[in-house]
Design a protein around this ligand. Structure first.
Ligand code: M6R
Length: 605
């Protein structure tokens, strides 16, 4: 949720930390701050709102020092304010923190009873106050950090910086990712490798429970039992990890435009000498699975919802679908013959990770469909299926959605063959459909000008309905989610046939209704539901192919999509859903890449 960074540099670190925070801003943008040690003196600057406000502050109040930590915040405990912004400082220690300290109330009252006065409403301040207490009892910084870590419950990543210590940062990972970057005479730490990509391509990922002592000479890593340990040093592809808009106005625009190339590259990555020219990682046994459990959040959940249709159709396997944040709080009946698949762009979503940990001991196989192969969800799964989408920075997930669907489609087809449910010819034909997807997506992207024009009327709406049947129902849900999160227009999605069971009462001449309906086996049914809306003066925008538009008759607004094979229709129709949200948001002047109240990676439950 929040982004953290640490630098022990040869030169002034504030500008370096600020630049790294820019790359982490997608994780939260409620406030930001930097602390440094300069000739032994600990000092900090913090500002509410976007990072640019911190930049303004640093212009007027520079922050010298060659050792520093920085933070960009997504508020959990305590609203966005300077007092609640990180780094938090007490006495001789400052801390940046991502995650939640679950026992902070108990710690806070214990410290308050000892006379400690708190400056903020955050859980983080308990960390820094505890560490400060330990320092004043005569502990060294390392002892104080270790003693503090032992008192904390919850999932977090954090970094300590100490007054008088120009060559020391202590950091810890428990439940939230943290990686160490190796420079030449410099050391770094960050919430992800993207943050460090401009500084180094040599990265060590801390394991769960690890804590580490950084000096400019290197890093000492300790496991949860305080045994010194070593973790592999990996080289990242710094060019791939670097993030820029490549000339686009927004990351979201760039990421939508990348979709054809990404799907093509991902298909190539999964190509091989296997059946149908496809190779999946070893270790998945669909033939032995009696049930599939698909778990995810948000957009990734909608990709799973589409995939449910495919697994049932192509593989004849029962599929259970769950929202990760709900999954643990019912009593799902699990068994060794079940296969669970967790889908997550970031691979760090706390709800999805918690669901994975809950399921792990009970099911036979655990697979992850992720964009970040080094993520926690990937590490804790038996089999990892990367979606090869590259860094997704826009808070609204776009390219990850289509890439997730592509990998899930590959899996469903492979499952169909493994289970003897799909004959070789049909399998080969569906594989050809998948290979054609990038071309059709490119055609859908070419409709951008038409979509821009249509969104002028949508941008004035207070509420919007999306309708779809079959695989277009999850697409309707995704369209409504995209519109809500970046344009702040209230949007709902319904299975088209469900409208008459209540929501049709909402229809009037002010309510735009977007109908996603390729001319497939369900088209006539959806068209009938659309007529029910039209009969009540609803303002329908029909998104269909030439045949669907022709058969639909008079409709106020229409958008023509290419005629596509059924299998890839959800990937192609994702594009108008995304572009509608994007252009509506532009008309309304909202912040497309960093919409209010949100963060890209949701690492709190
Ligand atoms: O990283 P994940 O795929 O696990 O994230 C899941 C959701 O938080 C994410 O899809 C969210 O709903 C997006 N903002 C939607 O655009």
């Amino acid at each position: 949720m929040c982004g953290i960074i640490g630098v022990l540099g040869k030169h002034e670190v504030s500008p370096i930390i600020y630049d790294a925070l820019k790359r982490l801003e997608y994780r939260g943008y409620d406030s930001a701050g930097i602390a440094t040690v300069n000739e032994g003196t600990l000092d900090r600057r913090r500002a509410v709102g976007k990072l640019i406000n911190l930049s303004d502050l640093l212009v007027h109040q520079p922050l010298p020092g060659r050792a520093g930590i920085g933070h960009t915040r997504w508020a959990t405990h305590g609203g966005p304010s300077v007092a609640n912004a990180h780094p938090h400082q007490a006495g001789r220690v400052a801390v940046v923190h991502n995650g939640i300290i679950e026992n902070f109330r108990a710690l806070r009252s214990e410290l308050t009873e000892q006379g400690v006065a708190f400056d903020s409403e955050t859980d983080t301040e308990t960390i820094v106050q505890l560490a400060s207490q330990y320092l004043s009892q005569g502990m060294t910084p390392v002892q104080a950090a270790r003693a503090t870590l032992k008192r904390l419950d919850g999932a977090f990543a954090l970094a300590f910086l100490f007054e008088g210590e120009d060559d020391l940062i202590i950091c810890a990972r428990r439940g939230s990712p943290l990686c160490i970057g190796h420079g030449t005479g410099e050391m770094y730490l960050g919430s992800d490798a993207i943050a460090l990509a401009e500084m180094t391509d040599r990265i060590t990922y801390l394991e769960e429970g690890d804590w580490a002592i950084l000096t400019r000479d290197g890093v000492q890593i300790f496991d949860a039992e305080d045994h010194q340990t070593s973790r592999p040093l990996t080289r990242i592809n710094a060019a791939q990890a670097r993030v820029d808009k490549s000339g686009h106005r927004h990351f979201m625009a760039k990421e939508m435009a990348e979709q054809p190339a990404i799907l093509q590259a991902s298909m190539a990555a999964y190509s091989g000498p296997g059946e149908g020219g496809i190779n999946l990682p070893e270790g998945l046994d669909f033939a032995q699975a009696d049930r599939l459990i698909l778990v995810a959040c948000g957009t990734a959940y909608y990709a799973c919802q589409v995939a449910k249709y495919w697994f049932e159709q192509f593989a004849g396997i029962p599929v259970e679908l769950d929202i990760a944040s709900e999954f643990r709080y019912r009593q799902p009946v699990l068994g060794r013959a079940n296969m669970a698949i967790f889908v997550s762009q970031s691979g760090e979503t706390a709800d999805t990770l918690a669901a994975l940990r809950h399921v792990r001991p009970h099911v036979g196989q655990v697979a992850a469909v992720v964009n970040v192969p080094t993520s926690s969800i990937a590490r804790e799964s038996d089999v990892v299926l990367p979606i090869h989408a590259g860094p997704e920075i826009g808070v609204a997930s776009t390219k990850a959605f289509t890439a997730q669907m592509q990998v899930l489609a590959l899996l469903a087809l492979a499952a169909g063959r493994a289970r003897g449910h799909l004959d070789a010819d049909t399998f080969a034909a569906r594989m050809d459909d998948l290979r054609a997807a990038p071309g059709y997506i490119a055609q859908a992207l070419d409709r951008e000008d038409d979509i821009r024009r249509l969104t002028e009327m949508l941008s004035k709406a207070r509420d919007v309905l999306f309708l779809g049947r079959g695989v277009m129902y999850p697409l309707a849900l995704e369209g409504a989610l995209k519109l809500k999160e970046i344009s702040y227009i209230h949007a709902e999605a319904y299975a088209a046939g469900e409208l008459k069971h209540g929501p049709i009462a909402l229809i009037d001449e002010d309510m735009p209704v977007i109908v996603l309906a390729p001319h497939d086996a369900l088209f006539e049914k959806t068209a009938s539901n659309m007529q029910e809306v039209l009969a009540r003066q609803g303002k329908v925008l029909l998104i269909s192919d030439a045949r669907g538009l022709e058969e639909a008759g008079e409709v106020p607004w229409r958008l023509q999509m290419p005629r596509v094979p059924d299998l890839i229709a959800p990937m192609v129709y994702a594009v108008p859903a995304q572009l509608i949200a994007y252009h509506t948001a532009l008309h309304r002047g909202t912040d497309v890449d960093q919409p209010r109240n949100l963060a890209k990676s949701v690492t709190v439950e």
